[in-house]
Design a protein around this ligand. Structure first.
Ligand code: PLZ
Length: 447
């Protein structure tokens, strides 16, 4: 079907939301799908292109979520679809652990070229899994194997996945780990850098994190420290300058593997290929997923060869890991980044949309901060005097925007942040639509 490219890049609401066909599908789903597999918005999608989702009732929505930061190159991007189709016609699966193929190797070459460690004499090595959580799991395994130590350090406000290990690493207990115990041990959650709320310099925040870990975990027992350079689910929290480099130095001094979880921030979204570049750090291990394959499931673990080679042959695998169709799509994503200025698009979105959000903040005092990088921007909503987080306001604003055809996503420990992670195809016209819908919603809420 080539109708995708005929979808106009505009919002257009033609029924009640959810519409009658969505409601019908939702009733069928409730009979056969457990409630745990919840959908935030029961609007069923029929097709999509660029920044627009079209539902089964013919409503068009501006997608400011990109499937939680996945379709960063745009929905049904022609180059990605063509590469995946081509590979589908050749073969869909062999298991890389059985019979290997070129797209996997090509993708590892792209990552070696773009990873912040590309200044090293020996390039970073990569292998591929299916999901972000699996990438995190493997980073923990490799770090333990490399160091012979058990401990895993993470930060407050962090999110790393929903497997039993990774859900024990998340800051929030509910809905990830609560009720599914026992939780995994030897995980230490250290204070992070949250400039709006702690007011600390990067140096002071790092000293606090390090002091905590030395006291509570003991540096000699730590295999790795895993950080999101810009925290995603936590609310697009950008750490204070110098925070991450101080943590990295401490890791190097203490033989701890420094892992950057770039599952949400990586691959052009932040206005750099890797968010780590904003902070001048070369992590030992870098994790990618989401954006990497333009909408197909794939994750990557990339790192220094001396660390990545610590597992024995056959130690890193999975039946579907590094699926050839996903790898071919991911190669197309990197070609788009290299040839079509996607990083510059993310920077453009930061300039235009970021400025508009800051303008909104001057009108609406409950926007207590506008932050983020590239096409990863957020507004935090709180009481301007006490900074009490206002998750209810976020919910109401998102509901109002949905009714106007703009899909928004919350974030933050208290659901008090609206995060914007659109596709890089977002046009200036659509930015204007989103800003005016937000403005109206905030005004209607007296915010
Ligand atoms: N690391 C930094 O953001 C996934 C979670 C959606 P998976 N974030 C979206 C949900 O509610 O399940 C994420 C992330 C960071 C790891 C992950 C996990 O990636 O592909 O969802 O396993």
């Amino acid at each position: 079907m080539s109708a995708d490219s005929e979808i106009t890049q505009e919002a257009c609401i033609v029924t009640e939301i959810p519409g009658p066909k969505s409601l019908e599908l939702h009733a069928r789903r409730q009979a056969v799908v457990p409630r745990g597999a919840h959908s935030v918005l029961p609007v069923y999608i029929d097709r999509a292109h660029g920044s627009i989702l079209v539902d089964v009732d013919g409503n068009q929505f501006v997608d400011m979520c990109a499937g939680i930061g996945v379709t960063t190159v745009g929905h049904t991007d022609e180059a990605v679809v063509a590469a995946a189709r081509e590979q589908l016609g050749r073969f869909t699966h062999t298991a890389f652990g059985m019979n290997p193929y070129e797209p996997y190797v090509q993708l590892a070459e792209h990552l070696a070229k773009h990873a912040p460690g590309s200044t090293l004499e020996k390039p970073y090595k990569s292998f591929f899994m299916n999901s972000g959580a699996e990438a995190v799991e493997n980073a923990v395994k490799i770090s333990r194997r490399h160091t012979g130590r058990p401990g895993v350090a993470v930060l407050e406000q962090a999110y790393h996945g929903r497997t039993v290990l990774t859900s024990s690493m998340n800051y929030k207990a509910a809905p990830y780990a609560q009720g599914y115990g026992p939780r995994v041990g030897d995980i230490y959650k250290a204070p992070n850098s949250y400039p709006l709320r702690d007011g600390l310099s990067g140096e002071a925040a790092a000293a606090r994190t390090i002091a905590y870990l030395e006291k509570v975990a003991g540096a000699e027992d730590l295999a790795c420290l895993i950080v999101e350079p810009i925290q995603g689910e936590g609310g697009f929290i950008v750490p204070a300058d110098g925070y991450l480099s101080a943590l990295l130095n401490w890791c190097r001094e203490n033989g701890i593997v420094f892992v950057a979880d770039e599952v949400q921030a990586g691959i052009a979204r932040s206005g750099k290929v890797f968010a780590s570049e904003h902070f001048g750090i070369e992590p030992d291990i870098l994790l990618t997923a989401k954006t990497i394959a333009g909408g197909l499931p794939l994750s990557g673990v990339t790192g220094r060869p001396e660390i990545m080679d610590s597992p024995v042959p056959g130690g890193l695998a999975g039946t579907f890991a590094g699926n050839p169709v996903s790898c071919a799509a991911a190669v197309a994503v990197f070609e788009r980044i290299e040839n079509d200025g996607l990083v510059e698009r993310a920077q453009h979105i930061e300039r235009v949309f970021g400025a508009a959000l800051r303008e909104l903040a001057t009108k609406h005092p409950r926007i207590v901060e506008v932050r983020g990088r590239g096409a990863m921007l957020a507004i935090e909503l709180a009481d301007p005097d006490t900074l009490d987080p206002d998750g209810d306001l976020v919910k109401r604003v998102i509901d109002r925007a949905t009714q106007q055809g703009v899909l928004l996503l919350s974030a933050g420990a208290y659901g008090h942040v609206i995060r914007f992670l659109p596709s890089l195809q977002l046009t200036d016209d659509l930015i204007a639509t989103v800003v005016s819908v937000l403005d109206d919603a905030l005004t209607a809420e007296g915010a």
